[in-house]
Design a protein around this ligand. Structure first.
Ligand SMILES: Cc1cc2nc3c(=O)[nH]c(=O)nc-3n(C[C@H](O)[C@H](O)[C@H](O)COP(=O)(O)OP(=O)(O)OC[C@H]3O[C@@H](n4cnc5c(N)ncnc54)[C@H](O)[C@@H]3O)c2cc1C
Length: 445
């Protein structure tokens, strides 16, 4: 039997790259450990700043880190996980550049494949709405906003101009609220500085939230205050409301109202990746993986799961931990420690428990809202704390520098309104890259 133990990490997000970083340190220069990581994106994405890409405040590359840069003693596979077979300890992956399928063997598996956007089976909304989950999503929103501005500036039909200038975001959580705050600022500033013929009075911004107040994670007092800040900035905040249908130029609400609008952004829910819900193991009803207090998948001692794809219960409150980057990062510490203990034959596994020190969100230029150590903070102080904290959490010095530079440029200059449009890509059919890894087998030649 081989002495070499193979650790396979699935996913290069908050959970994946932090487990990678920690176990590389723990098994530094240990030639009996082979670490591999698979991700369908060849970069880590710092999602809390994604809404700022949608408004053109920062560049996509400011918040992405190529995973290879983080692989000190690990092998990276730029591929999509297509099947996880826990009985045979095999994962099949489809390579990005040629669509070839491979099988990767493992002794220890870490599943951290994140989540998908949930449209709750509403095909019309899925067809017509933008989403805010990936770099492509954020860029699409940014180009769309600029396109709407260019068109609105050229039309003499007032009703159509208003439709072009109506932006509706569905979702009162962090992603929806931050995206609304960013777009509101981009559109209003752009009309003021570059598109005076549109007129501020023709802009309409709508935030649709199903709960009594937005940002329910922050509690009713701050959630309602956040709503007031947004209203003051010109956003119609419609609470206790759901979007039930959409078309190319409208969104319909559950109270029967139809909002004519050309731009709908959906940030109202997340779902488990089908690859995860199809794994032959014990799941929660939602499809999330059921793990024990050590974050091991139930009945699979060699498999750990964390982040948005796992349902982890807080032992104190009995409720599920929220799906946040904060939780994924803390869970990665427990997973790395326990993985190290299991491989080293130690029995002192650590239980996962985490009490958040705070939460915060931006609402536009120089306005944010936060709860830190139980204390509410609002306005420009919260905004400054948000920027300082999130800048410090970016994974590399290079990215901290890039984001700080983009923020500085935004304070000094007006926003860039370049409309780049579609990108052409080439599919490689002839390339055959041979892998000398003994753990890779060609399934289909
Ligand atoms: C716009 C936005 C703003 C947010 N703001 C905040 C915030 O301010 N604070 C906060 O705490 N949280 C925030 N979140 C939530 C946070 O991003 C997630 O909770 C966190 O990313 C979860 O980490 P994860 O490792 O489980 O998944 P992810 O970080 O999503 O990583 C999943 C990884 O798996 C890869 N992957 C998925 N499927 C496959 C497949 N089939 N094959 C191969 N690879 C695959 C993906 O490419 C990715 O690398 C925000 C999310 C969004 C979308």
């Amino acid at each position: 039997m081989s002495k070499i133990k193979k650790i396979l990490i699935l996913g290069g997000g908050f959970g994946g790259i932090n487990v990678l970083r920690l176990i590389q340190n723990k098994f530094k220069n240990n030639s009996n450990i082979k670490i591999s990581i698979v991700s369908q994106d060849n970069y880590f994405l710092y999602t809390p700043m994604l809404p700022q890409v949608s408004s053109g405040l920062i560049h996509p590359n400011d918040i992405t880190v190529p995973i290879r840069k983080l692989c000190k003693q690990a092998e990276f596979y730029h591929a999509a996980v297509s099947y996880i077979d826990m009985k045979q300890k095999l994962v099949t992956v489809t390579r990005e550049f040629d669509g070839k399928v491979h099988a990767l063997e493992y002794d220890y598996l870490v599943i951290t494949l994140g989540s998908n956007t949930n449209f709750f089976d509403n095909e019309n909304i899925e067809k017509h709405a933008f989403t805010i989950k990936t770099v492509e999503d954020a860029l699409s929103i940014n180009f769309n906003v600029i396109n709407m501005l260019e068109n609105a500036a050229q039309t003499s039909d007032l009703e159509f101009k208003k439709e072009l200038m109506t932006f509706t975001v569905v979702g009162g959580g962090f992603a929806g609220v931050e995206t609304m705050g960013e777009i509101n600022q981009l559109v209003r500033d752009s009309v003021k500085n570059f598109y005076p013929s549109i007129g501020q009075e023709n802009i309409s911004m709508n935030l649709i939230a199903s709960k009594d107040y937005i940002l329910s994670e922050l509690g009713p007092k701050l959630g309602k205050l956040a709503g007031k800040y947004l209203k003051k900035a010109g956003v119609n905040v419609l609470t206790k409301t759901k979007a039930v249908d959409a078309g190319e130029d409208y969104v319909q609400l559950d109270n029967g109202k139809i909002i004519p609008c050309m731009t709908l952004i959906w940030a109202a829910g997340v779902d488990v990746e089908p690859i995860v819900s199809e794994i032959d193991c014990i799941h929660k009803k939602s499809g999330k993986l059921k793990v024990d207090k050590y974050l091991k998948v139930l009945e699979h001692d060699h498999v750990f799961a964390l982040g948005d794809c796992a349902l982890i219960t807080n032992p104190i409150t009995g409720e599920a931990y929220p799906t946040t980057a904060q939780n994924s990062i803390h869970q990665s510490v427990t997973v790395a420690n326990n993985l190290f203990s299991v491989i080293s034959g130690k029995s002192n596994l650590k239980e996962y428990s985490f009490k958040s020190k705070g939460m915060m969100t931006t609402l536009g230029r120089k306005v944010a809202i936060a709860v830190l150590f139980g204390r509410p903070i609002t306005g420009s102080l919260a905004w400054l704390i948000w920027r300082t904290y999130y800048l410090s959490q970016l994974p590399t010095l290079e990215k901290k520098y890039q984001v700080a530079t983009s923020w500085l440029a935004d304070l000094l200059f007006k926003r860039d309104l370049t409309f780049i449009g579609l990108i052409k890509s080439k599919f490689l059919t002839k390339v055959d890259i041979k892998s000398d890894s003994p753990s890779v087998k060609d399934f289909f030649k």
